[in-house]
Design a protein around this ligand. Structure first.
Ligand code: AMP
Length: 486
């Protein structure tokens, strides 16, 4: 495996990454860096956690190095590289990484996203910057206000393009691309390389070269799964009981809806369990405060919807509780992707009402794990309902033998008040479809280890942004490659 010194990176960049503790390039970096340096368009199949930001960031900065200058004149610092991300948190994270890599280059970076005052962003743009990381909506707002000129962009990066697609951002992205010079380098990264992503790549990229890194399997073997059968109306009581009697700290609880998240947090507080809800209705500062309180242990339970939880940069979370089972098995995988990382043990408890039985079975099929049922005295249902939740045949082996039918189960529409905008009709959003990812067709192999850091992001949905029907999306929270930090 080549080292960083074999990748023809300039000393300014090597110095910065050495300081960051990067000693060896990750596989996506080995593959992408030479291509990006050569000016090639790249279609990258890699999820957050694989080191893809440096994979495109380092060569991108190197290509811009000739433009670096110390002039105070904004005209000498036009935007030359634009990185679009679907969410605010990812934008912030990517810019932070790029800023670190650019430390000794003299190139300026900044980030702009919705939910924050535009003025400081406008000031930064006016002063001039070479590398801009942005979410599409806020970027267009700045374009409209004429605080941003994109006519000198040389490199465009579309990060987590699958999520942009899912979230209905492609019309905005198309609008943005029309503002860029046609002669440019375009890099598109996506956790999954589905047919839709390839089509996007065909329309936005030019003779792109594809690079891809493998993803870790769905369910970490360090995660202990449990399903507790309970009547729907007793779930809240059971949750309080579990948190208190098992003395659970730092519990991330998932609900299906924002309303449900709010209500549950309120009720838990009433039960004496300090809880807060985090979802797309809350402002960005509110969410960051909630997250901080949770990380610092001031709040014991964080109640989240799937979309909101994508932005939570939390590692090694010991407990994830599914108050509502997710509608798609892939969301289950996303949810538990937060526990059991880096060898830490994690626990994923699902509170399962009789209505959710089918969903539980679909999850078991997908992750190829038979989730043990656990009965909690005092919270049982009548024996008929309970027996309906006990699997007739063990999952896993028998299903596997029948031949990888992980994707054949029916999918339901999500409830209307899920954590997404409802104002506009779905534009450019994919319909829920079975993911064509071969990972789900392969036999279950427990992951040997999990990535140390995996932060994805949450929705950047100002209410007016076009809504997208939630399409099935796979495993953005799953482990990427184990990164060596010496
Ligand atoms: P990314 O997938 O770009 O979000 O990166 C995931 C994490 O891995 C970030 O915390 C990076 O700082 C870190 N990282 C990226 N490349 C390397 C490397 N070559 N060695 C060690 N850590 C890395």
């Amino acid at each position: 495996m080549p080292g960083f010194s074999d990748l023809n990176l300039r000393p300014e960049l090597l110095k910065a990454i050495l300081e960051l503790g990067y000693t060896e390039p990750t596989p996506i970096q080995v593959q992408a860096i030479p291509l990006v340096l050569a000016g090639t368009d790249v279609l990258g199949g890699a999820q957050t956690g694989t080191g893809k930001t440096a994979g495109f960031g380092l060569p991108l900065l190197q290509r811009l190095l000739p433009h670096a200058n110390a002039s105070a004149s904004p005209a000498r610092h036009p935007v030359r590289a634009l990185v679009l991300t679907p969410t605010r948190e990812l934008a912030a994270q990517v810019e932070e990484s790029l800023r670190g890599y650019a430390k000794y280059t003299g190139l300026r970076t900044t980030v702009i996203f919705g939910g924050m005052n535009m003025d400081p962003q406008t000031d930064a743009l006016r002063r001039g910057i070479e590398v801009l990381v942005a979410t599409p909506g806020r970027l267009l707002d700045h374009v409209q206000q004429k605080t941003l000129n994109l006519s000198q962009v040389e490199v465009l990066v579309l990060d987590e393009a699958d999520r942009m697609l899912d979230m209905g951002f492609i019309p905005d992205v198309t609008r943005i691309i029309k503002l860029l010079p046609t002669k440019r380098q375009t890099l598109l990264f996506s956790a999954t390389l589905t047919e839709d992503i390839r089509k996007l790549s065909d329309s936005f990229l030019n003779h792109a070269v594809m690079v891809q890194v493998a993803r870790k399997n769905a369910a970490a073997d360090s995660v202990k799964h449990a399903a507790i059968p309970v009547a729907r109306e007793k779930k809240r009581e059971l949750l309080s009981y579990l948190v208190q009697t098992r003395d659970l700290k730092q519990v991330l609880v998932f609900t299906a809806t924002r309303l449900g998240a709010n209500r549950l947090a309120y009720q838990l507080n009433r039960d004496g369990v300090h809880a807060t809800a985090i979802h797309g209705d809350k402002s960005q500062p509110e969410r960051l405060i909630a997250l901080n309180d949770f990380k610092e242990g001031k709040v014991r339970v964080l109640v989240a919807t799937d979309v909101a939880a994508r932005g939570l940069d939390i590692e090694d979370l010991p407990h994830v509780i599914n108050f509502d089972l997710p509608n798609s098995p892939e969301d289950y995988v996303h949810r538990i992707g937060r526990t059991g990382r880096a060898g830490a043990s994690g626990e994923a408890i699902s509170l399962v009402s009789p209505e959710e039985r089918e969903r539980l079975e679909e999850i078991e099929k997908t992750i190829r794990v038979s989730i043990p049922r656990e009965m909690i005295p005092g919270f049982g249902m009548d024996s008929r309902s309970v027996s309906s939740l006990i699997p007739h045949a063990p999952h896993g082996e028998s299903r596997r033998e029948r031949g990888g039918d992980a994707l054949s189960g029916s999918r339901r529409e999500r409830p209307r008040d899920r954590d997404r905008p409802r104002s506009a009709p779905a534009q450019g959003a994919r319909r829920a479809a079975a993911p064509a990812d071969p990972i789900f067709l392969e036999p279950y192999r427990p992951a040997a280890s999990q990535t140390p850091a995996m932060a994805t992001a949450l929705s950047d949905h100002p209410a007016a942004r076009p809504a997208g029907k939630r399409a099935v999306q796979v495993a953005a929270l799953l482990g990427g490659l184990r990164l060596k930090a010496k």
